[in-house]
Design a protein around this ligand. Structure first.
Ligand code: SF4
Ligand code: SF4
Length: 446
């Protein structure tokens, strides 16, 4: 069988997926949650509760703060004890809503969670049109759960002049160490296929492709069986290559179309949604449930586990001890180093990596001009050059070298024999250049 993949660049890091095959453990609701209002790309949500308010599980506690934004809901019933700052894993302050439950709240939540029957019938769902489904996705606060956290409903509303032709479900999970999507697919394949059918209908297309790397045979088998009676839904096994789950790389791999530089992915006719997002869509429509939890992988080098964790849970409560050489939130390629685990679980938290193998960098040496980073870059950039321009603060030149196209996949840093921190410099330069581009666009409108 010919396996699809993208053409330019890519690397093959060790997979280290030791949590693969470990069933998802549903964690109990915590007694307290901390819900940051910024858990997504776009404008922060605005709190709609105050100190002293009583809220029920599933209530909206913060409203989307703009077109590109998402609502926030509470996974526990309880009392709002304060609206204050919390810390991101990197120690940055962010506004957050603190909610605490009492015994009566916990009893009420246990009773409501015991009722697991769908809240809408198939007949009721069959008559929902595209707008109705998009509204339910928006109401549920669903964002891209692969880590990008772009509001899912916005992607389903292409800008004027563009038209969707296909929904691609990103089930590649190409990051080493992470297995949360793999296990979700094995355990919830029928629900995911229903979610994909809803996304296909919402997008106004008749084709949905679930793209999975070929190192997940159980997930491929489960989804193939679940989609056998779902017209228009197909499962596409992919070659194992990082970063297969990059949006542009996945589109090219699946439908053979390149996203033009500076254009949105919809320019190819494709709408990409993560597989966990599809599951959240199923929950939103069938169970009328906003996004209240998500699955993440915890990997410490010798053990891995997959946990379904209520949003707002403090991450330090999920791990034993606190003596780690390095904490990475996410996977080893695209994850971010964290300074603390005293930070809440948010919609984009896909993993906690405590593996000491990723704790140390080799000493940085001078560039030997081997070109390995150029060959590895899936965006066709010259990483040694754009990182140098960024280090030298030559922002105009960095923009000309298309630093804004970098997807921060880390392939260049991974492959560099001189251990140069290429992506670290590139991230800084990209942020500067993107800010300048936005400022120019705003100035041209005013
Ligand atoms: S991090 Fe950016 S520059 Fe480096 S390989 Fe990935 S896309 Fe290319
Ligand atoms: S891979 Fe490293 S050593 Fe080779 S050209 Fe790129 S920056 Fe230089």
């Amino acid at each position: 069988m010919k396996l699809h993949t993208f053409k330019t660049g890519g690397v093959h890091p060790a997979e280290n997926k030791i949590a693969a095959g470990k069933p998802i453990i549903n964690l109990p609701l915590p007694a307290e949650v901390v819900l940051p209002v910024s858990q997504h790309i776009g404008a922060p949500a605005k709190p709609i509760v105050q100190k002293g308010d009583h809220v029920k599980r599933g209530d909206r506690v913060a409203e989307a703060g703009g077109f590109v934004s998402a609502h926030i809901h509470t996974p526990i019933s309880g009392t709002v004890v304060k609206i204050d700052t919390a810390r991101t894993p990197q120690g940055m302050p962010v506004e957050a809503i603190y909610i605490k439950s009492d015994d009566a709240d916990r009893e009420a939540d246990a009773a409501s969670m015991a009722d697991s029957a769908p809240k809408r019938t198939d007949a009721e769902i069959a008559i929902l049109d595209s707008k109705a489904i998009i509204d339910l996705i928006k109401d549920a606060g669903i964002v891209g759960l692969g880590g990008a956290t772009f509001p899912a409903h916005v992607k389903l509303m292409p800008p004027p002049g563009s038209k969707a032709e296909v929904v691609i479900i990103n089930a590649a999970e190409c990051e080493p160490c992470l297995s949360c999507d793999d296990m979700l697919m094995r355990e919830n394949s029928r629900e995911i296929v229903k979610g994909v059918q809803l996304l296909v209908k919402a997008a106004g297309v008749n084709r949905g492709i679930i793209a999975i790397e070929n190192n997940k045979p159980e997930a491929i088998a489960a989804l193939t069986a679940a989609s056998s009676s779902a017209p228009g839904i197909e499962v596409m096994p992919m070659k194992v290559k990082y970063p297969q789950g990059g949006e542009k790389q996945l589109i090219e791999a699946v439908i053979g179309k390149e996203v033009p530089s500076g254009a949105l992915p919809i320019a190819t006719g494709a709408i990409v949604q993560n597989v966990a997002t599809a599951y959240a869509v199923y929950r939103a429509v069938y169970h009328n449930e906003p996004i209240l939890d998500r699955v993440l992988t915890i990997h410490n080098g010798t053990e891995g586990k997959n946990l379904r964790v209520p949003l707002g849970t403090i991450l330090s409560t999920l791990v034993e001890g606190n003596d780690y050489e390095k904490i990475i939130i996410g996977g080893p390629m695209m994850g971010r180093t964290a300074s603390t685990l005293d930070t809440p679980m948010i919609k984009g938290t896909s993993g906690i990596l405590l593996d000491s193998r990723y704790a140390h960098r080799r000493p940085t040496e001078p560039c030997i001009k081997c070109g390995a980073c150029v060959n590895a870059c899936p965006m066709g950039l010259e990483p040694y050059l754009v990182s140098t321009l960024s280090r030298l603060k030559q922002w105009d030149e960095a923009e000309q070298e298309k630093i804004a196209n970098c997807i921060e996949c880390g392939s260049c840093s991974y492959i560099c024999p001189a251990s140069r921190p290429l992506v670290d410099y590139i991230r800084v330069g990209k942020a500067k250049v993107m800010a300048a581009i936005r400022a120019r666009a705003a100035a041209s409108k005013s």
